[in-house]
Design a protein around this ligand. Structure first.
Ligand code: PMP
Length: 349
């Protein structure tokens, strides 16, 4: 027996690269635009001397602002250090049973890492051959369900009716719906909150509100489930979001106009980029996210294209995994970045 036997062994999640020199960065689905000017102003107005104090452990103002923005009560809102923190807390809180938690075989790869680190049994449910969502696989005994909608890295949206079917048929389980990308043209499951007490919707300010660097995520659910999340949070770390993140989060949540304008710009650039890729022979499904899931034309391997783009300082994401290794995931940047990407692509092909 040695200390080595007592160590919790896990295979960690691998985040996308964050090169520290200037590149065209289309690999981690960040916003290509700065956060709202109101966020910038709010951060400038922070008094550094106040940093001697702990932040509000209840994150009250941020929760109230989000509640107001989405027509909920503050007791239905939980916030965390990015949605990764929120999702991790949800796994720890809601999946404490013995039956397997279910999620798709192709989805956000962090789900199985949290299941692993918290020793939660899980089973994967296959997407159809065309990567579309099939509710049938979720109609069996389980200890909880996670659905990423729209899904990553496929960029596809599930039918809301199919999601409702899963929720309605699994009222003894918590169904987590990860809506990290929902703001980019997908349908939210928010209306289900009124009908079902077993739904939790997880969102982030990292993509559509351009705050990836500050780490602000949130969840909506019934008061009972949100209270359970708070009880676990206050048993792990009371002060999660730091004071500047709370201040910026409030400003970002309140500036609907800037949020809608920048999201719209991303959507226009996405459609243009999709058409350009299709004209080169790429297969590109209809994205409802801020990225495209694109299969290069016959004769061009996704992996070699990924490497060649990188040599030219253009970073996209490649997953060396079954069913995914024929595709690249390309975040939508500014118009200028996407024009440069298309130009370089043309040279390589
Ligand atoms: N869910 C999905 C599907 C994601 O792609 C990401 C981004 N990696 C996250 C959650 C986490 O984002 P964040 O922690 O920045 O909110």
């Amino acid at each position: 027996m040695s200390f080595s036997d007592n160590i919790r062994r896990v295979t960690p999640y691998t985040p996308g690269e964050q090169p520290q020199r200037k590149v065209i960065k289309l690999n981690t689905n960040e916003s290509p635009y700065p956060p709202s000017p109101q966020v910038v102003e709010a951060i400038r107005a922070i008094k550094a001397s106040k940093l001697r104090l702990y932040p509000d452990p209840d994150c009250r103002e941020l929760r109230e602002t989000l509640a107001e923005e989405y027509g909920l009560e503050p007791e239905q809102v939980f916030v965390g250090v990015g949605s990764d923190d929120v999702l991790s807390m949800c796994f720890l809180t809601f999946f404490a049973g013995k039956k397997p938690v279910l999620f798709n075989d192709i989805t956000y790869s962090f789900y199985e890492v949290w299941a692993d680190v918290y020793r939660i049994p899980f089973e994967t449910v296959p997407l159809r051959d065309d990567f579309s969502f099939d509710p049938k696989g979720f109609l069996k005994e389980n200890g909880g369900i996670v659905i990423c909608n729209p899904n990553a890295p496929t960029s596809l949206e599930a039918e809301l009716a199919d999601i409702e079917k899963v929720v309605a048929e699994n009222q003894d389980s918590v169904v987590l719906i990860d809506e990290a990308y929902v703001d980019f043209g997908a349908h939210t499951a928010l209306p289900l909150l009124k009908k079902y007490p077993n739904v939790v919707i997880v969102r982030t300010m990292s993509k559509s509100r351009a705050l990836a660097g500050l780490r602000v995520g949130y969840a909506f659910g019934s008061k009972e489930l949100i209270k359970a999340l708070h009880d676990v949070k206050f048993s792990v770390n009371s002060y999660t979001l730091n004071m500047p993140a709370l201040v910026a989060g409030v400003a970002a949540a309140a500036d609907r106009e800037y949020f809608e304008e920048t999201v719209d710009r991303v959507l226009v650039t996405r459609e243009k980029t999709k058409e350009a890729l299709r004209s080169f022979g790429f297969t590109v499904p209809e994205s409802r996210t801020n990225f495209l899931f694109a299969k290069p034309p016959e004769g061009t391997s996704a992996e070699s294209l990924f490497e060649k783009l990188k040599e030219k300082d253009i970073y996209v994401r490649f997953f060396k995994k079954p069913r995914l290794s024929d595709y690249l995931r390309i975040t939508i940047g500014t118009d200028a970045e996407m024009e440069q990407f298309i130009k370089v692509l043309q040279e390589i092909l």
